[in-house]
Design a protein around this ligand. Sequence first.
Ligand SMILES: [Fe+2]
Length: 284
Amino acid sequence: MMWKDSYRLGVERIDNQHMELFHMTENLVNAVENGASVEVYQEILGFLKDYVIYHFKDEEAYQASIHYSGLEDHRKEHQQFTQTVLNYEKLLTENGFNNKTMKDLAGVVTTWLIYHVTDSDQKIVSQEENSSKEKFFDRYVDLFSSSVLDVMWTMAALDPGNAQVCVSSPSELQGELFVKIQLMGDLKGDAVFGFSKGLALNLLQSMTGMELTELDELVQSALCELTNISCGNAATALTQRGLCCDISTPVVCQDFVCQVDGASVHINTDSGCLSISILGELPQ
Ligand SMILES: [Fe+2]
């Protein structure tokens, strides 16, 4: 039997698919060694191709759901192998299903599969084990801060290239105007944005062309909307990565309860400062 228990990743769905792939490869090896009919070769190759495509898609979705940093490189490995199988299929279709080419294919599939499952695929789970709570939150706060910088750049021509982002503590969130948005779904908690008065007024001046001096209702409402758009973009990005995330209507808050789990960044720009905290519960 080709499959070995040491090939397991510990993710049941993926392990079962790998087992099935090894089973198919074993059938392929048996067929080429015993010299099967063209019909049998066609059937095995058809199953293998379809299953490879289905499995790679599923495995990549899993990697996205755990925010695996090596997803893009891993996807390329999958694409190259899929292309190899498709090239063999073309060759066999054009030149006839012969034992020699089928043996070449069986050798390539066997070696690639074992190497890929024991090396590349194992890296997916080793990263997952190393992901601490902190790292999860760090990734979220990065996502929310890049979203808000993008929006400020688009709406107020505030250059994100000049922004300095430093990690800070949720208990030291700074600002003169705080906007809080509730996160719902897999990521439960609050995203809190602390705007310095300077940044708030500069943003509004850039957006309206008017010189404002107070953090009045107009400023508050505009920054709530800016936060709403930014968090909406971040939530969409999270959903694309396989995490269900929804947001509430933003509210201006004077103070907020600092929870134990969370991450914060402090962003210095030429126009003023912004602190961002993501506080709450980890996705299950
Ligand atoms: Fe893989």
